[in-house]
Design a protein around this ligand. Structure first.
Ligand SMILES: C[S@@+](CC[C@H](N)C(=O)[O-])C[C@H]1O[C@@H](n2cnc3c(N)ncnc32)[C@H](O)[C@@H]1O
Length: 227
């Protein structure tokens, strides 16, 4: 498994030309430190997860597996558009004997035609998730793509449900990485007229591989409620 992970990372790095290139294939295998993000560990300590939890853009599954283990009683669904990510997540779940505790789903969260979605995210699951975890996913999208992404989150989240969204902030001025999300930018998408309330905004970090940016980037954690 390790040989396979290393090989995949090398291929994507070569083909994309360096750390500054952000790509759906490149990001999940290059950046994460292969442990749950600090803000997720903090949210667990604050008992923020209950009921059905959707990890939107789960990457190789470290956050989802951690939530499933550390917040018993939750029902975690982890979704990513890159099948290879889910293969790694599944391998980790198997190694930890947790395969039955996390539902792993390959899906494009930008898909507007719900009948093209896998069953796990189809119409029958509308409004069934209590919490959505977005760890560095929203900030990957262009303006037009994020409208489609947020529309999917709105459909799946129950009324009064919460999104925990950790995004790279504009205070991270080192070159490279994803787009930065300022507070005004976030509020153009998540606001009362659009059916959302941003309840809290906290300084945060994104943990990255120790060889990159000294292991962390400046971020913000937004807690967003569906009205
Ligand atoms: C920066 S990575 C973050 C991964 C993980 N959440 C973490 O914290 O390590 C962003 C993830 O979003 C996924 N992603 C991007 N576009 C997506 C889409 N349209 N549907 C589902 N997942 C998507 C990528 O494949 C990638 O795994």
């Amino acid at each position: 498994m390790l040989r396979s992970l290393g090989g995949h990372s090398e291929v994507t790095r070569r083909s994309l030309g360096g750390v500054g290139s952000v790509s759906l294939l490149f990001v999940p295998l290059r950046f994460p430190p292969c442990r749950p993000q600090k803000f997720v560990r903090d949210l667990i300590l604050r008992r923020c997860f209950s009921g059905r939890v959707l990890d939107a853009g789960c990457g190789i599954g470290d956050n989802a597996l951690y939530v499933a283990k550390a917040a018993p009683g939750t029902n975690v669904t982890a979704v990513d558009v890159v099948p290879r990510c889910l293969e790694f997540a599944a391998a980790k779940a198997d190694l930890r004997n947790m395969r039955s505790q996390v539902e792993l789903v390959v899906a494009d969260l930008l898909q507007e035609n719900v009948s093209c979605m896998p069953r796990a995210l189809g119409h029958e699951h509308n409004g069934t998730f209590s919490v959505i975890l977005d760890s560095s996913t929203f900030h990957c999208f262009s303006d037009s793509d994020r409208e489609r992404y947020v529309s999917t989150l709105r459909r799946l989240l129950r009324p009064r449900g919460l999104i925990y969204m950790n995004c790279m902030s504009e205070e991270e001025t080192r070159p490279g990485g994803p787009r930065r999300i300022s507070v005004p930018d976030l509020l153009t998408v998540f606001n009362r007229p659009n059916g959302w309330e941003v309840e809290t905004i906290e300084d945060s970090i994104i943990e990255v591989h120790p060889t990159f940016w000294g292991g962390q980037a400046k971020a913000r954690l937004f807690t967003i409620r569906k009205l």
